[in-house]
Design a protein around this ligand. Structure first.
Ligand code: C2E
Ligand code: CA
Ligand code: CA
Ligand code: CA
Length: 287
């Protein structure tokens, strides 16, 4: 029942209801879409707030649908989770983005600022409960010649709420081999902060809803206090803090002052093709 959780809210959405036929069409088209190579990945840089350098990139999957054009993940990930296609699709995302990370790392050999060093990949809860996940990931890393510490897996807070040991086991195995785990959309669930201690998480990704109040200057004082509290708690637990949805320079500056470690958002770059990351890294190194 847990794995179908993401789908229920989709069905309760009246707008999604109106698109029921499209949804059915999309669901049946998913398996062939994977075979035909209709999915592609955009990368969004993760920027170090202290020095502005690009430290990594998050892989975000898209579907170039022959009739509907480019579809965002919110349109099809819930369907893929419901049908189980998320397992092969997620494996493809891992394979493709780790291959990309390898290409970036190779360029680093010749050029100190050729691209991001680390790759962040989103994991759905269905993938976590799939027994092949850890071995598949190990195989993919080995085939690509990429060290585990180049990979960060993002798991949403809601996926781990009340998670039993079976779901946490693969996370612990990843942590042991050097793959970092980030807690995605942090602050949107019913966080039990004490719960964090039993999770092998290294990074908190603070949800966009917390940074929205900082788009203007001066920032919303309540938002500032909340973020300040989360950052100090995270750091006291040895967790790094990444902030999502940074859209303005004012936001970036406030978040830097509050001690956040890395940031991601349109202010730096929208998600884009892998080549764009090369240019960004070069700009940052000279600036
Ligand atoms: P997420 O992991 O929270 O990813 C961040 C989302 O925020 C992305 O939406 C990104 O394009 C968007 N974003 C980034 N910067 C900004 C900003 O400054 N302002 C605003 N308003 N938005 C920003 P996207 O690409 O539509 O992805 C939506 C969600 O789909 C992701 O949320 C993630 O949960 C899921 N997703 C994406 N790729 C994958 C995947 O390969 N596997 C799985 N399981 N889920 C994925
Ligand atoms: Ca994410
Ligand atoms: Ca997120
Ligand atoms: Ca999100």
């Amino acid at each position: 029942a847990k794995s179908a959780g993401g789908n229920r809210s989709e069905l309760a959405d009246p707008e999604a209801d109106a698109r029921a036929i499209t949804r059915h069409g999309l669901t049946t088209a998913l398996p062939t879409a994977l075979e035909r190579g209709e999915f592609f990945i955009e990368y969004q840089p993760l920027v170090h707030l202290g020095d502005g350098s690009v430290r990594g990139a998050e892989a975000l999957v898209r579907w170039l649908h022959p009739q509907h054009g480019v579809l965002g993940p919110d349109r099809f990930i819930p369907l893929a989770e419901h049908t189980g296609l998320i397992v092969p699709l997620g494996r493809w995302v891992l394979e493709e983005s780790i291959r990309q990370a390898r290409a970036w790392r190779e360029r680093h050999g010749e050029d100190a600022a050729a691209g991001p060093l680390r790759i962040n990949v989103n994991l759905s809860p269905c993938q976590l409960s799939h027994p092949g996940l850890v071995q598949d990931t190990v195989d993919i890393l080995e085939r690509a010649g990429v060290a585990p510490d180049a990979l960060c897996l993002e798991v949403t807070e809601s996926a781990l709420i009340g998670a039993d040991d079976d779901l946490l086991k693969p996370l612990h195995r990843f942590a042991e081999m050097g793959v970092d785990i980030a807690l995605d959309d942090f602050g949107t669930g019913y966080s039990n902060l004490a719960n964090l201690r039993r999770l092998p998480v290294r990074i908190l990704k603070l949800d966009r809803s917390f940074t929205r109040g900082m788009q203007q200057f001066p920032a919303d004082p309540v938002d500032l206090k909340i973020v300040e509290g989360i950052v100090s708690l995270a750091h006291s637990l040895d967790l790094a803090v990444t902030v999502e949805g940074v859209e303005t320079g004012a936001q970036a500056e406030q978040l830097r002052i509050l001690g956040c470690d890395t940031a991601q958002g349109w202010y730096y770059a929208r998600p884009g093709p892998p080549e764009r990351l090369h240019d960004l890294a070069l700009v940052d190194a000279t600036g």
